[in-house]
Design a protein around this ligand. Structure first.
Ligand SMILES: Cc1cc2nc3c(=O)[nH]c(=O)nc-3n(C[C@H](O)[C@H](O)[C@H](O)COP(=O)(O)OP(=O)(O)OC[C@H]3O[C@@H](n4cnc5c(N)ncnc54)[C@H](O)[C@@H]3O)c2cc1C
Length: 640
């Protein structure tokens, strides 16, 4: 959940455009403008073919180890960033009506929407990862012969706002009626019915002793914390904060209270206004990692007030309306209570797969959504010569250039398996990350490039862990654990869902999956600085270290319930996202600007045949934003 709140020989010739696009390019831009070797269809045939994805054993969802931004996915982009030389691009001879850079939800939605408007169009999606979906990544495990799924990134069809009408309508066209499906798929309360509740893990280095405490629904906080390794003062602080209805900003008007909360962090509010001590502050430090991707030192108190689960605001008597100083999502929670909260067993990956099924039906030839969830995708069918839409994986785009000053088309260079390739497009949607675009597209005006660079994404790690059974959790009576000082701040049992032939395990003696969250932070620094350090940390951390931390923390948290990491862990998939959640407005660090001057609005301006989609372009870390931006980008291309 994000803040605020993934026999060819004869057929393998490059396609000539059905509507003479290439001829149009040649006529209007002049043959001299065409890249070398791309004077017409049929040049350098086969250069794009035979990617790893065409091999029979290719199946990235089942891979373990370092996933998310996996080794091999980012090296070319980093070489480009660092100004290192890349091999020359040889033309594949291909020309498409649309080339999409980035095969996440936004890129796939752009391809889908473009083809809806122009059913005869040809589309190429280029994605640097070995799988499609972007953040919406599927983690598959086979446990006791049964398929078990977890999201490697994007989880819920949910938004702090009501889900956008455009995104909702697109999902419905894919057969996804979120409110109806939420009631059918999600088995909310299943673990509670077994007596499994939320817990807190106090760790020895932070609190002086390892202790897991259960938070029984309706219990007084003094009961919950009775056995916690906390001083009397810290316990009293937490009980007062959680249960008091005092007005900690007494004497201030509503407007002044909001202004004050917009200027201070939630940590400062707790420390300076509620006056809880450092030990109690430490109990809350990582509480915002999941939603905001940063600790309470960098989350505005005003945003925290908008989020129902953060205490201290009950007595402030503030009206439940948004103010301009609030982060977008917090404002949304207040105004609407948020939209439906649905997730498929593999999270947003089912949305990505539904889009792929619509774009490349042979890759996921199933009758309906229920069957889609359990279906194995045929990756060799994603990039078939002759298909109207081709999805090419392991392809990092390193340059996108307009062929003329207007709508004459683009040349797109990409790296794949160490070789440079070039294709032509009549149009191009950049559905990759904003911060990458200035490197790909140096022709953009300097002010636009600067605006794009402002979109520093939030790094985070979702780790999927397969375990032999969940008897230890059943004995301890917990389904979710928040660890205020843990390397991983949160652990949860795979949520109970069922759809089609798929169901999560129902009894504790069955193997299952756990999800662990880590957000690397440097409390006290400005948010973007924390993001940069976190990104560096993620890329510098070895798989061995991640695995050791998983074993150590699960052993300490669940050991008293009989969990033995050496015996009980069956597999680990570390989804690292150095470029994770899109940046959203944060009044502590960002200037409040009129919308037209905001960096994401300036950054997404159309340039010739190039338009910009992706969730960064909406400054909102949600799937509906990714789809909305795809829709806007396609409209810019086709309605101009
Ligand atoms: C861990 C995590 C959990 C999340 N949970 C939720 C959730 O529960 N609900 C929700 O609504 N949102 C969630 N999000 C937010 C998520 O970012 C969006 O919902 C959405 O999936 C973003 O889609 P996108 O297409 O804009 O970006 P991405 O998914 O990032 O896709 C962009 C793609 O472009 C690729 N790319 C970048 N540069 C290049 C290049 N040079 N060449 C080729 N390809 C390139 C990237 O690798 C990526 O695959 C989560 C995000 C993360 C990281």
């Amino acid at each position: 959940m994000p803040r605020r709140r993934h026999s060819r020989a004869s057929n393998d010739q490059p396609r000539c455009s059905r509507r003479g696009f290439l001829q149009g390019v040649a006529a209007s831009a002049g043959a001299a403008l065409l890249p070398a070797g791309v004077a017409g269809c049929g040049t350098d045939p086969g250069a794009a073919a035979a990617g790893a994805q065409d091999l029979p054993a290719y199946y990235p969802p089942a891979l373990q180890g370092l996933r998310g931004s996996h080794p091999g996915s980012f090296e070319s982009a980093h070489a480009l960033r660092d100004g290192r030389a890349l091999p020359n691009a040889a033309s594949t001879g291909e020309a498409y009506d649309l080339v999409v850079v980035g095969g996440g939800i936004s890129g796939l939605a752009a391809a889908f929407l473009y083809r809806e408007r122009r059913p005869a169009a040809t589309v190429l999606v280029l994605e640097n990862h070995d799988d499609f979906g972007g953040h919406a990544k599927r983690n598959e495990f086979r446990l006791d012969g049964e398929l078990q799924l977890l999201n490697g990134g994007t989880l819920s069809i949910q938004s702090p706002r009501p889900y956008s009408a455009v995104a909702d309508a697109l999902l419905r066209r894919l057969g996804i009626d979120a409110p109806a499906l939420a009631n059918r798929i999600q088995q909310t309360g299943y673990y509670a019915s077994l007596g499994l509740v939320n817990g807190y893990f106090f760790d020895q280095p932070t609190f002086g002793g390892d202790r897991l405490v259960r938070r029984d629904p309706g219990a007084r906080w003094s009961q919950t914390l009775a056995d916690a390794p906390l001083s009397l003062r810290a316990r009293d602080d937490i009980v007062r904060l959680e249960e008091s209805t005092a007005d900690y900003l007494t004497g201030l008007s509503v407007v002044d209270k909001q202004a004050r909360l917009g200027r201070i962090s939630y940590r400062d509010f707790l420390r300076d206004h509620v006056r809880i001590g450092p030990e109690a502050v430490a109990f809350y430090q990582q509480r915002t990692h999941d939603i905001w991707g940063v600790g309470i030192d960098a989350v505005p108190a005003l945003d925290a007030w908008g989020y129902p689960e953060l205490p201290g605001f009950a007595g402030l008597a503030l009206p439940r309306t948004a103010t301009p100083l609030m982060g977008t999502s917090a404002a949304g929670y207040l105004e609407t209570g948020g939209s439906v909260d649905l997730h498929f067993p593999d999270g947003g990956a089912t949305i990505a797969r539904a889009l792929v099924r619509a774009l490349a039906p042979e890759a996921l030839a199933v009758p309906d959504l229920d069957a889609l969830v359990s279906a194995r995708a045929d990756y060799a069918a994603l990039d078939r010569a002759g298909s109207a839409t081709r999805i090419r994986l392991g392809a990092t785009v390193v340059k996108v250039a307009n062929l003329g000053a207007g709508d004459e088309g683009v040349r797109v260079n990409y790296m794949r398996a160490g070789r440079g390739h070039a294709v032509l497009g009549r149009h191009c949607v950049l559905a990759c990350w904003n911060a990458v675009i200035p490197y790909l597209c140096p022709e953009l005006p300097a002010a636009q490039r600067a605006a794009l660079r402002a979109a520093t994404k939030i790094p985070l790690i979702y780790t999927s862990v397969a375990i032999r059974n969940w008897q230890s959790l059943a004995r301890l009576g917990v389904a979710n654990i928040h660890a205020p000082g843990g390397y991983f701040s949160d652990m949860s049992l795979n949520e109970a869902v069922a759809i089609g032939r798929y169901a999560t395990p129902r009894t504790p003696d069955q193997p299952t999956l756990l999800r662990l969250l880590r957000v690397p932070c440097a409390p006290g620094l400005p948010e973007h600085e924390q993001n940069r350090l976190g990104r560096t940390e993620i890329l510098a951390t070895s798989l061995e270290r991640f695995e050791a931390e998983v074993r150590r923390q699960l052993g300490r948290m669940l050991g008293p319930g009989g969990f033995d990491p050496a015996r009980d862990i069956l597999g680990i998939t570390v989804n690292r996202w150095p470029h994770g959640y899109a940046h959203e407005f944060n009044p502590l660090f960002d200037r409040l600007l009129p919308e037209a001057e905001q960096p994401h609005v300036l950054g997404r301006a159309r340039r010739g045949a190039i338009v910009i989609a992706n969730s960064d372009a909406g400054a909102s870390s949600y799937m509906d934003a990714a789809i909305d931006q795809a829709a806007r980008a396609v409209e810019e291309l086709l309605d101009a």
